[in-house]
Structures are given as C-alpha cells and as structure tokens.
Design a binder for this molecule. Structure first.
Ligand code: FAQ
Length: 341
C-alpha cells in the first residue's frame, strides 16, 4: 500500500555498492510491522518516536519539518529589519515579541525533527549550505512599515491556514508542537491586521502605503501554499499518511475565501482583476499564479535569497561562543550532579 516504504537505497559501502539499488522484498516481520503501522494510520492514531515506521514516512517528516523549522528561523529576518524602526514603543514591543515567537517555533520544530533521528547540526548544515528549502515568502524585501502589518495579516494568515490541520498530523511530536505554534500565530495574524486597521484610518499617504504592501505580497502569499496539486509530488503520500490533511490547492482556496471579507473591512483592494465570487462553486475564483517566479525563488534566485542565507550563516557563526559557553555550563552542572550523587 505504501509504495515508497521500502524503496530506500542500499548502503553505499555494502556488497551491492555501485549497482542499481533494487528494493528488497519485505520479510514476514516487516510485513507485520507495516500492517500495524497502516492500521494505526487508518484509525487516525498517532505515531510516536519509538514506534516502528517506514523509512519513507520518517524521511518525509524530516523533509517537511526541517523545511518548516528553517522557514520560521529565516522568517525572523524580514520583520526583524523593522524592530529598530518601529513607529512607537508599543509597536516595537509587539514586533519584538512576535519575532522572538518565530524563533521559538523554529526550536520546537528542530526538536520534533530530532525525535526522528536528525540532529539540529545536520539540519542547520543543510540550511547554511543552501541544500535545504525554506518558504519562498521570506525571500522578498520589507520596504515599508506597512509590510510588517501585511506580513502579520497575510503571511501569518496563510501560515495558520496551513498549520491548523498539522495539529492533527499523524506524527505526535509534530502535531503537539503545532498546537502551541498555532496559538501564537493567531496572535501574530491579529496584531498585523490591527496595525493595518490603524494605518488605514491615517493619512492618504499611509493608506497608499498599505495598499502598495498588499499589492506586493498578495500573490506571493498565494504561492506560499506550494505548487498546484497536479504538480505537487509529495501531497498524495503525505495525505495518505495523515501528515497533510488538505491539498495545497484546497488550503489556498480556503485562504482566499477567508481573506476577501477581511480586505473589504480593511478597505484595501486585492490586486487580482479575476477575483470574484463563484456562486456555483461556493468559492471565490482567482487569477493565475506566476509559478515560474515561484520556482525561481525556491531554487535560490529570489530578490533576497543570498542576503537571507548570508545573514543566517553570519548569525550562526557569531553565536558560536554562546553555544560553547552553554555546553561548558551544562557539562559543569552534570559533573556537579555526579559528584553530589
Ligand atoms: N517555499 O510536493 P509539495 C510561516 C517545495 S511558516 C519553498 O507540494 P509538500 C510562519 C516543497 O518543499 C511557512 N518551497 O511539497 C511565519 C517540495 O520540495 P522538496 C512555512 C516550497 O511538502 C510567518 C516541492 O516544493 N510553513 O510562514 C514551498 O507536500 C511570518 C514540492 O512541493 C510550512 O513549512 C514554498 N512556499 O507541501 C514565520 C508548513 N511550497 O521538499 C515568520 C509545513 C512547496 O520535495 C513570519 N509545510 N515547496 O524538496 C507544509 O505544509 C508543506 O511542506 C508545504 C509543501 C505545503 C509547504
């Protein structure tokens, strides 16, 4: 049933090294483990770190969780640029708390991935060497203060739409991490929307700044949900395993339907002449997303990819002394506890 489950390559130094890897047929014990795993997935049960799981399930989770964790960490940068330029002490305190929350989300997620046997160092190495993905959305610049509000409203709004179903993900540690993440994202979305409501009551120049930010971010947020279902190689298996609960297109549609009335209350126009209610479908129709641009950005050629990665690598290098100090302190505590025992 899980066709990817046993198609893992043979060991590089094994007897078949250099030969084309051929999936080994499962033996009796493995068939039984797989049947038990399938039964639990079918019953909407949770898989926990010590449970047996197919290699492909583990790999899929590590791929998605690491991509998600890196997104949270790199996602601190576009808004972080505005902490020193926030227009009031209140807005600065809110923004500091939000950016710090995103860092916390990254840490829960790295921890969830660690329960699958992938260390934080491995994941960070993959990020810093440009091998690992993170969300396309964080490769665009934040040009004005209105961008910070729009990121809260639309980017966090899209993130919540995608992440609420992940609270029911079949892998326990990921699902539990997402419960807390979603509570915080919900605050993030509201603070962004509230900030924009205030700006829209301001001068025509401030209103224009909000509209300009919406124009620049809207299509990028729709692309955030990932490629169309027909071009999404991971969706079907991810949904079969209860990792994803909805397809990329279904979540995108939910986001459009939820956002249109919010835009009306705010008094901004979503920049899509094809956006209109379709009574027959019971959903809004929307225009074509530029998927060429999306893949350009995902493949490292967006406006800020290089800058984002360079900033992350520098932050990691500059923080080496903190990690060393923390490790030395932990070792001292351990020795002291051993002596006391
Ligand atoms: N950007 O087959 P699918 C946030 C990749 S957190 C870059 O459809 P899948 C909070 C995808 O990885 C935002 N790459 O893949 C915040 C795959 O490549 P791979 C992040 C993308 O996994 C707010 C390939 O395309 N949220 O915003 C993107 O079934 C404000 C084919 O795609 C999550 O990560 C993209 N947008 O579905 C922080 C949520 N879309 O890995 C700061 C968890 C797709 O095979 C400030 N992740 N790709 O090399 C997911 O739900 C899924 O991984 C999807 C993609 C839906 C993102």
């Amino acid at each position: 049933m899980y066709t990817q489950s046993f198609s893992v390559p043979d060991a590089a130094d094994g007897p078949s090294a250099g030969l084309k890897a051929v999936a080994r047929p499962p033996n009796e014990a493995e068939r039984e483990l797989l049947a038990r795993f399938d039964t639990r997935i079918d019953a909407d049960g949770r898989i926990e770190p010590r449970d047996w799981m197919p290699d492909a399930y583990r790999k899929t989770l590590v791929r998605q969780i690491s991509q998600h964790a890196h997104s949270e960490i790199v996602g601190m940068l576009p808004e972080g640029n505005w902490i020193s330029r926030a227009p009031s002490l209140k807005r600065k305190a809110i923004l500091l708390a939000k950016v710090q929350d995103e860092g916390g989300h990254g840490l829960y997620l790295y921890s969830a991935a660690e329960t699958l046997g992938t260390s934080r160092e491995q994941m960070l190495d993959a990020l810093h060497s440009g091998q690992a993905k993170y969300s396309s959305i964080f490769n665009y610049p934040t040009l004005t203060w209105a961008d910070v509000g729009v990121i809260g409203w639309l980017v966090d709004g899209a993130a919540i739409m995608n992440q609420i179903p992940l609270c029911r993900c079949s892998y326990g540690p990921y699902a539990r991490a997402m419960v807390r993440v979603c509570k915080e994202e919900s605050f993030h979305q509201r603070q962004g929307y509230e900030s924009l409501l205030v700006q829209m009551k301001g001068t025509p120049a401030q209103q224009g700044m909000v509209q300009d930010a919406v124009n620049r971010w809207w299509w990028k947020c729709l692309a955030m949900f990932g490629p169309p279902d027909a071009d999404s190689p991971n969706s079907q298996q991810g949904m079969r395993w209860g990792i994803k609960r909805f397809s990329n297109d279904d979540l995108r549609q939910k986001f459009v339907d939820a956002t249109v009335p919010q835009a009306q209350v705010l008094g901004v126009t979503l920049p899509d002449p094809d956006l209109k209610w379709n009574a027959a479908r019971g959903h809004h129709d929307y225009g074509a997303i530029d998927w060429d641009e999306f893949w350009q950005v995902v493949n490292g050629h967006g406006p800020c990819n290089q800058e984002r990665l360079a900033t992350r690598v520098k932050a990691h290098d500059d923080g080496a002394w903190v990690r060393e100090a923390a490790a030395t302190h932990a070792e001292k505590q351990r020795q002291r506890a051993l002596k006391a025992a």
